[in-house]
Ligand binder design. Structure first.
Ligand code: NAD
Length: 411
């Protein structure tokens, strides 16, 4: 099953509980615009390489579209389309005045120099600058990109449209960025975990956690949960998994990653395991925070965790979701669980438009407020309708987008 088909299945499961006509389903599912561009760049060796870049703008009925930019060798149109749709439901679940979009370039950033990546990014903006902008579509970081890339985007966009820091979020704090944007997705995952544990009547200190991914989302989630007394016993990155049953020494891992170009490869403070083994560890909570599609019908039966929190986008395949449901495993869905990032991006956009710098305490306080309200509403809806948290989140998101579409007028 391809990525967009999986997103569509989740949409349909929720739409079946709503009073949605087939025509309305079609209108809400089909992306508004899809753009694919050629990106020829001169590499450091002097040869020319040509990459493919995508921007899918899924829906703008609730506001300008918002979504990250992913650099990964497996990026393709179907994946970007699916992630753009997820952004539409995500911004609606947390009630931000945005629609959904996503972009990506099929490249392996680890095999390229920073200067090459800068040239690729600027060239991509040359190709799409007229369909993005503060009131149209606002990119942000995702897998394989970060604050520096967003600074290049802001600078390149300004060459065409003038000074406009709100055209992109996730920028460095020194360059119109928001204090706390970097930690926001992981912090948000942590806030949701604590809320969920409280609703499920579980104590943080009795909840051993395994996290797949030690990048932006995984590392900040680990740090927040450790501060909240949850024992983080395993984390992984592309180099493999690291397991310490009595709890990882996270500060030594952060230090190691800083000293080894962001990688845990060669870290000796824990037992090494594979990424596949990490997913099946004997823990209470599993947080996939790296790639999509890692929990499938094949491995879902072997997962021992009783709670899964989707830090990554679409880590649970719909077939696996059914298995988890039948096994009584609680899944907190991506469109809620990792919405802290886009929420902080919204604050950054507001800050840029107001030309008023927010402080970290205000960011954290507002983040907590927005995410807590969204969590409570989805939790209540799941219990009122007797549906999973994923279906409840979709019902909430689709409902809001559908109402805005009708109120705004369709033709
Ligand atoms: P990142 O690039 O900072 O980190 C990705 C991590 O995944 C790294 O530790 C990398 O080593 C690891 N990884 C890569 N390939 C792997 C593999 N084959 N097996 C195991 N681990 C692997 O990315 P990120 O920003 O942390 O994003 C992670 C996920 O969270 C993505 O699905 C992304 O769409 C989602 N997300 C990110 C944000 C955000 O604000 N960064 C917001 C919402 C959702």
């Amino acid at each position: 099953m391809r990525a967009f088909e999986a997103t569509r299945l989740d949409f349909d499961r929720a739409a079946d509980h709503m009073d949605l006509t087939d025509n309305m389903r079609r209108l809400l599912l089909i992306p508004m615009r899809e753009v694919q561009v050629q990106i020829p760049v001169e590499m450091d060796r002097g040869d020319i390489a040509t990459f493919i870049g995508y921007r899918v703008q899924h829906n703008n009925s609730r506001g300008p579209m918002k979504g990250g930019l992913r650099y990964h060798p497996e990026v393709d149109l179907d994946e970007v389309r699916s992630l753009a749709a997820l952004m539409t439901w995500k911004t609606a679940v947390v009630n931000l005045p945005y629609g959904g979009a996503k972009g990506g370039i099929a490249i392996d950033p680890r095999s390229m120099s920073l200067r090459e990546l800068e040239r690729v990014t600027r060239k991509f903006i040359d190709q799409i600058h007229d369909i993005i902008g503060p009131d149209i579509d606002i990119p942000a970081p995702d897998m394989g990109t970060g604050a520096e890339y967003m600074a290049w985007i802001m600078n390149q966009y300004a060459k065409y449209h003038g000074f406009s820091p709100a055209c992109v979020t996730g920028k460095p704090v020194e360059l119109y960025g928001l204090p706390g944007r970097d930690e926001a997705t992981g912090r948000g995952v942590g806030i949701f975990v604590i809320k969920l544990l409280s609703r499920l009547g579980r104590k943080p200190q009795d909840t051993r956690v395994a996290i797949q991914g030690f990048g932006n989302v995984g590392s900040h989630t680990a740090s927040f949960l450790q501060d909240a007394q949850c024992p983080v016993v395993a984390v992984s990155d592309v180099s493999g998994g690291y397991y310490r049953p009595q709890g990882l020494d996270l500060s030594s891992m952060f230090r190691y990653v800083r000293e080894h170009q962001g990688s845990l490869q060669g870290y000796t403070g824990a037992q090494t395991i594979s990424n596949a083994e990490l997913l099946e560890l004997d823990v209470e909570m599993l947080i996939p925070a790296a790639l999509g599609g890692v929990l499938t019908a094949e491995n879902a039966g072997r997962v021992k965790a009783k709670i899964i929190v989707e830090g990554a986008n679409a880590p649970v395949h719909p077939d696996a979701d059914e298995i988890f449901d039948s096994r009584g495993i609680t899944v907190l869905p991506d469109i809620l669980a990792n919405a802290g990032g886009v929420t902080a991006s919204y604050f950054e956009w507001v800050q840029n438009r107001q030309h008023y710098q927010w402080g970290i305490n205000r960011v954290r306080q507002e983040l907590d407020r927005v995410l807590s309200e969204a969590f409570e509403r989805v939790w209540e809806l799941a219990h009122e309708r007797k549906v999973s948290l994923r279906t409840a989140a979709y019902i909430q998101g689709i409902g809001r987008v559908g109402r805005a579409t009708v109120l705004g007028g369709i033709t």
